[in-house]
Design a binder for this molecule. Sequence first.
Ligand code: UGA
Length: 460
Amino acid sequence: MRHALFLMRRITVIGVGYVGLVTGACFADLGNRVICLDVIPEKIEKLKRGEMPIYEPGLEEMVQRNYAAGRLSFTIDYAEAIPNAEYIFVAVGTPSGVDGEADLKYIRNAVENIAAHLDSYAIIVNRSTVPVGTGDSTAQTLIERGKKQGIDFQVVSNPEFTREGSAMYDFLNPDRVVLGSVDPDAAEAVADLYRVFTKNILITDLRTAEMIKYASNAFLAMKISFINEIASICEKLGADVKMVATGMGQDQRIGAAFLHAGLGFGGSCFPKDVKALMYMAEVNGLHPQLLRAVMDINRDQRRRMILHLRDLLGTLRGKTIGLLGLAFKPNTDDIREAAAIDLAHMLANEGANLRAYDPVAMDNAQRLLDGVRFCNDAYEVAAGADAVILVTEWNEFKQLDMPRLFESMRRKIFLDGRNVYEPSEMRAHGFEYRGIGRPLNGGTVEHARHAEEAVLARAG
Ligand code: UGA
Protein backbone atom coordinates (compact mmCIF):
# COMPACT_ATOMS: atom_id res chain seq x y z
CA MET A 1 0.00 0.00 0.00
CA ARG A 2 1.25 3.48 -0.85
CA HIS A 3 1.80 5.94 2.00
CA ALA A 4 3.14 8.71 -0.19
CA LEU A 5 -0.13 10.67 -0.05
CA PHE A 6 0.33 11.36 3.61
CA LEU A 7 3.89 12.65 3.39
CA MET A 8 4.68 16.33 3.43
CA ARG A 9 6.43 17.14 0.16
CA ARG A 10 8.78 20.01 -0.68
CA ILE A 11 7.36 21.67 -3.76
CA THR A 12 8.50 24.73 -5.66
CA VAL A 13 6.25 26.45 -8.17
CA ILE A 14 7.73 28.85 -10.71
CA GLY A 15 5.31 31.51 -11.94
CA VAL A 16 2.45 32.97 -9.87
CA GLY A 17 -0.10 33.46 -12.65
CA TYR A 18 -3.45 31.66 -12.63
CA VAL A 19 -1.92 28.24 -13.09
CA GLY A 20 1.05 28.53 -10.73
CA LEU A 21 -0.66 30.25 -7.84
CA VAL A 22 -3.62 27.85 -7.87
CA THR A 23 -1.24 24.86 -8.03
CA GLY A 24 0.87 26.21 -5.17
CA ALA A 25 -2.07 27.14 -2.94
CA CYS A 26 -3.88 23.81 -3.44
CA PHE A 27 -0.77 21.69 -2.75
CA ALA A 28 0.03 23.78 0.35
CA ASP A 29 -3.53 23.29 1.55
CA LEU A 30 -2.92 19.53 1.56
CA GLY A 31 -0.06 20.04 4.04
CA ASN A 32 2.88 20.22 1.64
CA ARG A 33 5.56 22.89 2.02
CA VAL A 34 5.34 25.09 -1.06
CA ILE A 35 7.57 27.93 -2.24
CA CYS A 36 6.19 30.05 -5.09
CA LEU A 37 8.71 31.99 -7.14
CA ASP A 38 8.17 34.74 -9.66
CA VAL A 39 10.66 37.03 -11.37
CA ILE A 40 8.39 40.07 -10.98
CA PRO A 41 9.15 41.54 -7.51
CA GLU A 42 5.86 43.53 -7.30
CA LYS A 43 3.80 40.34 -7.61
CA ILE A 44 5.75 38.66 -4.81
CA GLU A 45 5.53 41.73 -2.56
CA LYS A 46 1.76 41.85 -3.08
CA LEU A 47 1.40 38.18 -2.21
CA LYS A 48 3.41 38.62 0.97
CA ARG A 49 0.95 41.37 1.96
CA GLY A 50 -1.92 38.95 1.31
CA GLU A 51 -3.01 40.69 -1.91
CA MET A 52 -3.65 38.63 -5.05
CA PRO A 53 -2.00 39.64 -8.36
CA ILE A 54 -5.07 38.13 -10.12
CA TYR A 55 -8.75 37.71 -9.34
CA GLU A 56 -9.79 34.09 -8.87
CA PRO A 57 -12.70 33.09 -6.62
CA GLY A 58 -11.54 31.32 -3.44
CA LEU A 59 -7.83 31.89 -4.08
CA GLU A 60 -7.22 34.78 -1.68
CA GLU A 61 -8.58 32.94 1.33
CA MET A 62 -6.58 29.79 0.59
CA VAL A 63 -3.35 31.71 -0.06
CA GLN A 64 -3.68 33.84 3.09
CA ARG A 65 -4.49 30.85 5.31
CA ASN A 66 -1.59 28.72 4.08
CA TYR A 67 0.82 31.66 4.15
CA ALA A 68 -0.15 32.34 7.77
CA ALA A 69 0.34 28.65 8.59
CA GLY A 70 3.86 28.77 7.12
CA ARG A 71 3.12 26.12 4.47
CA LEU A 72 3.22 28.60 1.60
CA SER A 73 5.96 31.16 1.02
CA PHE A 74 6.95 33.54 -1.79
CA THR A 75 10.29 34.56 -3.21
CA ILE A 76 12.03 36.06 -6.23
CA ASP A 77 15.24 34.19 -5.42
CA TYR A 78 16.04 30.92 -7.21
CA ALA A 79 18.77 30.22 -4.66
CA GLU A 80 16.03 30.04 -2.02
CA ALA A 81 13.43 28.16 -4.07
CA ILE A 82 15.37 25.45 -5.88
CA PRO A 83 17.83 23.67 -3.54
CA ASN A 84 16.07 20.92 -1.57
CA ALA A 85 12.93 20.97 -3.70
CA GLU A 86 11.60 17.49 -4.50
CA TYR A 87 9.18 18.72 -7.16
CA ILE A 88 9.61 21.86 -9.23
CA PHE A 89 6.46 22.88 -11.10
CA VAL A 90 7.03 25.22 -14.02
CA ALA A 91 3.95 27.35 -14.67
CA VAL A 92 5.23 30.33 -16.62
CA GLY A 93 3.55 32.01 -19.58
CA THR A 94 4.00 30.82 -23.16
CA PRO A 95 2.60 33.78 -25.14
CA SER A 96 2.02 33.68 -28.90
CA GLY A 97 5.07 34.80 -30.83
CA VAL A 98 5.13 35.99 -34.44
CA ASP A 99 3.17 33.54 -36.70
CA GLY A 100 1.41 32.03 -33.70
CA GLU A 101 4.24 29.82 -32.49
CA ALA A 102 4.59 29.68 -28.71
CA ASP A 103 7.27 31.96 -27.32
CA LEU A 104 9.40 29.92 -24.94
CA LYS A 105 11.64 32.60 -23.45
CA TYR A 106 10.14 32.30 -19.96
CA ILE A 107 10.45 28.50 -20.01
CA ARG A 108 14.09 28.70 -21.09
CA ASN A 109 14.84 31.19 -18.36
CA ALA A 110 13.19 28.99 -15.73
CA VAL A 111 15.04 25.87 -16.92
CA GLU A 112 18.39 27.68 -16.90
CA ASN A 113 17.84 28.86 -13.34
CA ILE A 114 16.67 25.45 -12.14
CA ALA A 115 19.76 23.82 -13.61
CA ALA A 116 22.01 26.47 -12.04
CA HIS A 117 20.61 26.04 -8.52
CA LEU A 118 19.55 22.43 -8.12
CA ASP A 119 21.70 20.45 -5.69
CA SER A 120 19.95 17.08 -5.46
CA TYR A 121 17.50 14.81 -7.32
CA ALA A 122 14.29 16.59 -8.31
CA ILE A 123 11.41 16.11 -10.67
CA ILE A 124 10.71 19.06 -12.94
CA VAL A 125 6.98 19.11 -13.65
CA ASN A 126 5.95 21.25 -16.55
CA ARG A 127 2.44 22.73 -16.31
CA SER A 128 2.93 25.45 -18.92
CA THR A 129 1.42 24.72 -22.31
CA VAL A 130 4.43 24.06 -24.53
CA PRO A 131 4.88 22.95 -28.15
CA VAL A 132 4.99 19.21 -28.55
CA GLY A 133 8.62 18.13 -28.17
CA THR A 134 9.59 20.83 -25.65
CA GLY A 135 9.54 18.33 -22.78
CA ASP A 136 12.00 16.09 -24.62
CA SER A 137 14.40 18.94 -25.35
CA THR A 138 14.07 20.32 -21.81
CA ALA A 139 14.73 16.88 -20.37
CA GLN A 140 17.75 16.55 -22.62
CA THR A 141 19.21 19.92 -21.54
CA LEU A 142 18.62 19.24 -17.87
CA ILE A 143 19.87 15.69 -17.89
CA GLU A 144 23.09 16.72 -19.70
CA ARG A 145 23.64 19.63 -17.32
CA GLY A 146 22.87 17.38 -14.37
CA LYS A 147 25.35 14.71 -15.45
CA LYS A 148 28.14 17.31 -15.48
CA GLN A 149 27.15 18.39 -11.97
CA GLY A 150 26.54 14.82 -10.79
CA ILE A 151 22.81 15.51 -10.22
CA ASP A 152 19.86 13.52 -11.44
CA PHE A 153 16.80 15.28 -12.94
CA GLN A 154 13.59 13.92 -14.34
CA VAL A 155 11.05 15.81 -16.40
CA VAL A 156 7.30 15.19 -16.29
CA SER A 157 4.74 16.94 -18.43
CA ASN A 158 1.56 17.71 -16.49
CA PRO A 159 -0.79 19.79 -18.65
CA GLU A 160 -3.45 21.70 -16.78
CA PHE A 161 -7.15 21.73 -17.61
CA THR A 162 -8.36 24.38 -15.17
CA ARG A 163 -10.62 27.20 -16.27
CA GLU A 164 -10.10 30.74 -15.07
CA GLY A 165 -12.91 31.71 -12.75
CA SER A 166 -13.29 28.14 -11.51
CA ALA A 167 -9.61 27.22 -11.35
CA MET A 168 -9.69 26.15 -7.70
CA TYR A 169 -12.68 23.89 -8.24
CA ASP A 170 -11.18 22.38 -11.40
CA PHE A 171 -7.83 21.75 -9.70
CA LEU A 172 -9.46 20.02 -6.72
CA ASN A 173 -11.97 18.06 -8.85
CA PRO A 174 -10.15 17.07 -12.04
CA ASP A 175 -11.81 14.84 -14.67
CA ARG A 176 -8.36 13.36 -15.21
CA VAL A 177 -4.71 14.06 -14.52
CA VAL A 178 -2.32 13.60 -17.45
CA LEU A 179 1.36 12.88 -16.80
CA GLY A 180 3.97 12.36 -19.51
CA SER A 181 7.49 11.17 -18.87
CA VAL A 182 10.27 8.93 -20.14
CA ASP A 183 10.68 7.73 -16.57
CA PRO A 184 7.67 5.82 -15.17
CA ASP A 185 8.93 6.22 -11.59
CA ALA A 186 9.02 10.00 -11.91
CA ALA A 187 5.48 10.00 -13.33
CA GLU A 188 4.34 7.77 -10.45
CA ALA A 189 5.93 10.12 -7.93
CA VAL A 190 3.95 13.04 -9.39
CA ALA A 191 0.82 10.87 -9.51
CA ASP A 192 1.20 10.42 -5.73
CA LEU A 193 0.65 14.16 -5.30
CA TYR A 194 -2.64 14.03 -7.20
CA ARG A 195 -4.21 10.73 -6.02
CA VAL A 196 -6.08 12.55 -3.29
CA PHE A 197 -8.05 14.40 -6.02
CA THR A 198 -8.67 11.57 -8.50
CA LYS A 199 -7.85 7.98 -9.27
CA ASN A 200 -8.07 8.75 -12.98
CA ILE A 201 -4.43 9.37 -13.81
CA LEU A 202 -3.23 8.82 -17.35
CA ILE A 203 0.50 8.21 -17.77
CA THR A 204 1.95 8.67 -21.27
CA ASP A 205 5.17 9.74 -22.94
CA LEU A 206 6.10 13.44 -22.91
CA ARG A 207 4.97 14.30 -26.44
CA THR A 208 1.60 12.63 -26.07
CA ALA A 209 0.89 14.48 -22.82
CA GLU A 210 1.78 17.80 -24.47
CA MET A 211 -0.46 16.97 -27.43
CA ILE A 212 -3.40 16.01 -25.19
CA LYS A 213 -3.42 19.59 -23.90
CA TYR A 214 -3.45 21.22 -27.36
CA ALA A 215 -5.97 18.77 -28.74
CA SER A 216 -8.29 19.30 -25.77
CA ASN A 217 -8.24 23.09 -26.02
CA ALA A 218 -8.56 23.03 -29.81
CA PHE A 219 -11.52 20.66 -29.58
CA LEU A 220 -13.34 22.87 -27.07
CA ALA A 221 -12.63 25.94 -29.22
CA MET A 222 -13.96 24.01 -32.22
CA LYS A 223 -17.18 23.21 -30.37
CA ILE A 224 -17.68 26.92 -29.72
CA SER A 225 -16.98 27.91 -33.34
CA PHE A 226 -19.21 25.09 -34.55
CA ILE A 227 -22.20 26.27 -32.56
CA ASN A 228 -21.47 29.87 -33.58
CA GLU A 229 -21.57 28.88 -37.23
CA ILE A 230 -24.82 27.02 -36.62
CA ALA A 231 -26.07 30.18 -34.86
CA SER A 232 -25.47 32.29 -37.97
CA ILE A 233 -27.41 29.78 -40.06
CA CYS A 234 -30.19 29.68 -37.45
CA GLU A 235 -30.50 33.45 -37.61
CA LYS A 236 -31.10 33.33 -41.37
CA LEU A 237 -33.50 30.39 -41.21
CA GLY A 238 -35.51 31.51 -38.18
CA ALA A 239 -34.39 28.69 -35.87
CA ASP A 240 -33.30 29.18 -32.26
CA VAL A 241 -29.70 28.10 -31.58
CA LYS A 242 -30.29 27.77 -27.84
CA MET A 243 -32.84 25.04 -28.41
CA VAL A 244 -30.71 23.54 -31.16
CA ALA A 245 -27.77 23.28 -28.71
CA THR A 246 -30.02 21.77 -26.06
CA GLY A 247 -31.33 19.23 -28.53
CA MET A 248 -27.84 18.37 -29.76
CA GLY A 249 -26.24 18.33 -26.32
CA GLN A 250 -28.60 15.65 -25.06
CA ASP A 251 -26.94 13.21 -27.41
CA GLN A 252 -24.21 11.76 -25.20
CA ARG A 253 -21.88 11.46 -28.16
CA ILE A 254 -22.02 15.25 -28.55
CA GLY A 255 -22.38 16.48 -24.95
CA ALA A 256 -23.93 19.74 -23.78
CA ALA A 257 -20.79 21.58 -22.66
CA PHE A 258 -19.19 24.34 -24.73
CA LEU A 259 -22.17 24.72 -27.02
CA HIS A 260 -23.12 28.24 -25.90
CA ALA A 261 -23.29 30.44 -28.95
CA GLY A 262 -22.08 33.96 -28.35
CA LEU A 263 -19.41 36.51 -29.18
CA GLY A 264 -16.83 33.75 -29.37
CA PHE A 265 -13.95 32.66 -27.20
CA GLY A 266 -11.20 34.79 -25.72
CA GLY A 267 -8.75 34.47 -22.88
CA SER A 268 -5.13 33.51 -22.66
CA CYS A 269 -5.59 29.91 -23.77
CA PHE A 270 -7.90 29.02 -26.66
CA PRO A 271 -6.73 31.65 -29.19
CA LYS A 272 -3.07 31.11 -28.31
CA ASP A 273 -3.24 27.32 -28.27
CA VAL A 274 -5.23 26.95 -31.50
CA LYS A 275 -2.73 29.26 -33.24
CA ALA A 276 0.23 27.35 -31.81
CA LEU A 277 -1.23 24.01 -32.94
CA MET A 278 -1.84 25.46 -36.40
CA TYR A 279 1.77 26.63 -36.50
CA MET A 280 3.08 23.20 -35.48
CA ALA A 281 0.99 21.60 -38.23
CA GLU A 282 2.09 24.11 -40.88
CA VAL A 283 5.81 23.89 -40.19
CA ASN A 284 5.39 20.15 -40.62
CA GLY A 285 3.85 20.57 -44.06
CA LEU A 286 0.21 20.07 -43.05
CA HIS A 287 -2.85 22.23 -43.80
CA PRO A 288 -4.79 22.63 -40.57
CA GLN A 289 -7.98 23.79 -42.31
CA LEU A 290 -10.32 23.00 -39.46
CA LEU A 291 -8.22 24.94 -36.95
CA ARG A 292 -8.06 27.90 -39.34
CA ALA A 293 -11.84 27.88 -39.65
CA VAL A 294 -12.17 27.81 -35.85
CA MET A 295 -10.20 31.07 -35.63
CA ASP A 296 -11.96 32.71 -38.61
CA ILE A 297 -15.43 32.01 -37.24
CA ASN A 298 -14.37 33.35 -33.87
CA ARG A 299 -13.23 36.65 -35.41
CA ASP A 300 -16.45 36.92 -37.42
CA GLN A 301 -18.55 36.62 -34.25
CA ARG A 302 -17.26 40.01 -33.11
CA ARG A 303 -17.83 41.55 -36.56
CA ARG A 304 -21.42 40.34 -36.64
CA MET A 305 -22.25 42.66 -33.73
CA ILE A 306 -21.01 45.66 -35.70
CA LEU A 307 -23.14 44.55 -38.67
CA HIS A 308 -26.22 44.31 -36.43
CA LEU A 309 -25.54 47.81 -35.13
CA ARG A 310 -25.05 49.25 -38.63
CA ASP A 311 -28.25 47.56 -39.70
CA LEU A 312 -30.21 49.12 -36.82
CA LEU A 313 -28.49 52.50 -36.47
CA GLY A 314 -27.03 53.26 -39.89
CA THR A 315 -23.72 55.00 -39.32
CA LEU A 316 -22.22 54.49 -35.88
CA ARG A 317 -20.39 57.84 -35.95
CA GLY A 318 -21.42 59.86 -32.91
CA LYS A 319 -23.71 57.09 -31.60
CA THR A 320 -23.38 56.08 -27.96
CA ILE A 321 -22.80 52.37 -27.44
CA GLY A 322 -22.57 50.71 -24.03
CA LEU A 323 -20.63 47.54 -23.25
CA LEU A 324 -21.80 45.39 -20.35
CA GLY A 325 -18.78 43.34 -19.33
CA LEU A 326 -15.11 43.59 -20.29
CA ALA A 327 -13.57 40.37 -18.95
CA PHE A 328 -13.21 37.52 -21.46
CA LYS A 329 -15.69 35.57 -19.33
CA PRO A 330 -17.41 35.98 -15.94
CA ASN A 331 -15.59 35.57 -12.60
CA THR A 332 -12.25 36.78 -13.83
CA ASP A 333 -10.54 40.15 -14.27
CA ASP A 334 -8.68 38.82 -17.31
CA ILE A 335 -9.23 40.80 -20.49
CA ARG A 336 -6.74 39.03 -22.74
CA GLU A 337 -8.28 38.45 -26.20
CA ALA A 338 -11.63 39.46 -24.70
CA ALA A 339 -14.52 40.08 -27.10
CA ALA A 340 -15.14 43.42 -25.35
CA ILE A 341 -11.68 44.69 -26.24
CA ASP A 342 -12.10 43.72 -29.91
CA LEU A 343 -15.54 45.33 -29.97
CA ALA A 344 -14.26 48.52 -28.32
CA HIS A 345 -11.55 48.88 -30.96
CA MET A 346 -13.98 48.19 -33.84
CA LEU A 347 -16.57 50.62 -32.47
CA ALA A 348 -13.95 53.32 -31.90
CA ASN A 349 -12.88 52.90 -35.54
CA GLU A 350 -16.50 53.46 -36.58
CA GLY A 351 -16.53 56.73 -34.62
CA ALA A 352 -18.91 55.60 -31.84
CA ASN A 353 -18.83 56.99 -28.29
CA LEU A 354 -18.17 54.18 -25.87
CA ARG A 355 -19.25 53.46 -22.32
CA ALA A 356 -18.40 50.34 -20.37
CA TYR A 357 -18.79 48.65 -17.02
CA ASP A 358 -17.41 45.41 -15.58
CA PRO A 359 -17.63 44.24 -11.96
CA VAL A 360 -13.89 43.41 -11.68
CA ALA A 361 -12.02 43.96 -14.95
CA MET A 362 -12.22 47.78 -15.16
CA ASP A 363 -8.68 48.46 -13.90
CA ASN A 364 -7.18 46.12 -16.46
CA ALA A 365 -9.36 47.51 -19.26
CA GLN A 366 -8.56 51.13 -18.40
CA ARG A 367 -4.90 50.43 -19.11
CA LEU A 368 -5.79 49.20 -22.59
CA LEU A 369 -8.68 51.35 -23.77
CA ASP A 370 -8.54 55.08 -24.47
CA GLY A 371 -11.58 57.29 -24.91
CA VAL A 372 -14.03 54.94 -23.16
CA ARG A 373 -16.21 56.29 -20.35
CA PHE A 374 -16.03 53.76 -17.52
CA CYS A 375 -19.27 53.63 -15.52
CA ASN A 376 -20.32 52.46 -12.05
CA ASP A 377 -23.02 50.02 -13.13
CA ALA A 378 -25.12 48.75 -16.03
CA TYR A 379 -27.71 51.51 -15.62
CA GLU A 380 -25.13 54.28 -15.98
CA VAL A 381 -23.90 52.53 -19.14
CA ALA A 382 -27.42 52.48 -20.58
CA ALA A 383 -28.54 56.01 -19.66
CA GLY A 384 -28.85 57.98 -22.90
CA ALA A 385 -27.20 55.21 -24.95
CA ASP A 386 -28.33 54.25 -28.46
CA ALA A 387 -27.47 50.61 -27.95
CA VAL A 388 -26.23 48.32 -25.23
CA ILE A 389 -24.25 45.13 -25.89
CA LEU A 390 -24.17 42.44 -23.24
CA VAL A 391 -20.63 41.11 -23.72
CA THR A 392 -19.80 39.10 -20.57
CA GLU A 393 -22.50 37.11 -18.81
CA TRP A 394 -21.74 38.22 -15.25
CA ASN A 395 -24.54 37.25 -12.81
CA GLU A 396 -25.31 40.90 -12.14
CA PHE A 397 -26.30 41.34 -15.81
CA LYS A 398 -28.69 38.39 -15.76
CA GLN A 399 -31.59 40.04 -13.96
CA LEU A 400 -31.41 43.64 -15.02
CA ASP A 401 -34.36 45.91 -14.27
CA MET A 402 -35.45 46.09 -17.90
CA PRO A 403 -38.16 48.77 -17.57
CA ARG A 404 -35.56 51.03 -15.88
CA LEU A 405 -32.97 50.30 -18.56
CA PHE A 406 -35.54 50.84 -21.30
CA GLU A 407 -36.70 54.19 -19.92
CA SER A 408 -33.18 55.58 -19.65
CA MET A 409 -31.98 54.68 -23.15
CA ARG A 410 -32.17 56.97 -26.17
CA ARG A 411 -32.64 54.22 -28.77
CA LYS A 412 -33.86 50.99 -27.25
CA ILE A 413 -31.40 48.58 -28.85
CA PHE A 414 -30.24 45.63 -26.77
CA LEU A 415 -27.70 43.24 -28.35
CA ASP A 416 -27.33 40.13 -26.25
CA GLY A 417 -23.88 38.76 -27.06
CA ARG A 418 -24.32 35.79 -24.70
CA ASN A 419 -28.00 34.90 -25.21
CA VAL A 420 -28.84 35.61 -21.58
CA TYR A 421 -32.36 36.89 -22.25
CA GLU A 422 -35.41 35.53 -24.06
CA PRO A 423 -35.96 37.41 -27.34
CA SER A 424 -39.74 37.46 -27.03
CA GLU A 425 -39.59 38.79 -23.45
CA MET A 426 -37.17 41.53 -24.43
CA ARG A 427 -39.38 42.51 -27.36
CA ALA A 428 -42.38 42.53 -25.02
CA HIS A 429 -40.46 45.10 -22.96
CA GLY A 430 -40.20 47.17 -26.13
CA PHE A 431 -36.52 46.62 -26.96
CA GLU A 432 -35.13 46.19 -30.43
CA TYR A 433 -33.45 42.96 -29.32
CA ARG A 434 -30.95 40.76 -31.10
CA GLY A 435 -29.19 37.75 -29.70
CA ILE A 436 -26.79 35.31 -31.35
CA GLY A 437 -28.58 32.76 -33.51
CA ARG A 438 -32.02 33.64 -32.17
CA PRO A 439 -35.00 34.28 -34.46
CA LEU A 440 -34.83 37.91 -35.62
CA ASN A 441 -38.53 38.63 -35.45
CA GLY A 442 -39.76 37.25 -32.21
CA GLY A 443 -40.26 33.53 -32.77
CA THR A 444 -43.73 32.05 -32.79
CA VAL A 445 -46.95 33.88 -31.85
CA GLU A 446 -47.29 31.44 -28.97
CA HIS A 447 -43.85 32.45 -27.67
CA ALA A 448 -44.68 36.14 -27.88
CA ARG A 449 -47.98 35.66 -25.98
CA HIS A 450 -46.23 33.73 -23.16
CA ALA A 451 -43.53 36.36 -22.98
CA GLU A 452 -45.99 39.21 -22.70
CA GLU A 453 -47.88 37.38 -19.95
CA ALA A 454 -44.60 36.75 -18.08
CA VAL A 455 -43.61 40.42 -18.27
CA LEU A 456 -47.07 41.57 -17.12
CA ALA A 457 -47.11 39.06 -14.26
CA ARG A 458 -43.73 40.30 -13.04
CA ALA A 459 -44.86 43.93 -13.24
CA GLY A 460 -47.53 42.91 -10.70
C1 UGA B 1 -9.64 26.95 -21.06
C2 UGA B 1 -10.05 25.47 -20.90
O1 UGA B 1 -11.45 25.36 -20.69
C3 UGA B 1 -9.31 24.83 -19.72
O2 UGA B 1 -9.59 23.44 -19.68
C4 UGA B 1 -7.80 25.03 -19.92
O3 UGA B 1 -7.06 24.50 -18.85
C5 UGA B 1 -7.49 26.50 -20.04
O4 UGA B 1 -8.22 27.04 -21.17
C6 UGA B 1 -6.01 26.66 -20.27
O5 UGA B 1 -5.50 26.20 -21.30
O6 UGA B 1 -5.31 27.13 -19.36
P1 UGA B 1 -10.37 29.26 -19.91
O7 UGA B 1 -9.73 29.90 -21.10
O8 UGA B 1 -9.99 29.74 -18.56
O9 UGA B 1 -10.09 27.67 -19.91
O10 UGA B 1 -11.94 29.46 -20.01
P2 UGA B 1 -13.19 28.69 -20.67
O11 UGA B 1 -14.22 28.54 -19.63
O12 UGA B 1 -12.76 27.48 -21.36
O13 UGA B 1 -13.70 29.77 -21.71
C7 UGA B 1 -12.91 30.21 -22.81
C8 UGA B 1 -13.71 31.14 -23.68
O14 UGA B 1 -14.71 30.44 -24.39
C9 UGA B 1 -14.44 32.28 -22.95
O15 UGA B 1 -14.26 33.47 -23.67
C10 UGA B 1 -15.89 31.84 -22.97
O16 UGA B 1 -16.78 32.93 -22.96
C11 UGA B 1 -15.96 31.10 -24.29
N1 UGA B 1 -17.03 30.07 -24.35
C12 UGA B 1 -16.98 28.98 -23.54
C13 UGA B 1 -18.07 30.21 -25.25
O17 UGA B 1 -18.12 31.21 -26.02
N2 UGA B 1 -19.03 29.25 -25.33
C14 UGA B 1 -19.01 28.15 -24.54
O18 UGA B 1 -19.92 27.28 -24.67
C15 UGA B 1 -17.96 28.01 -23.60
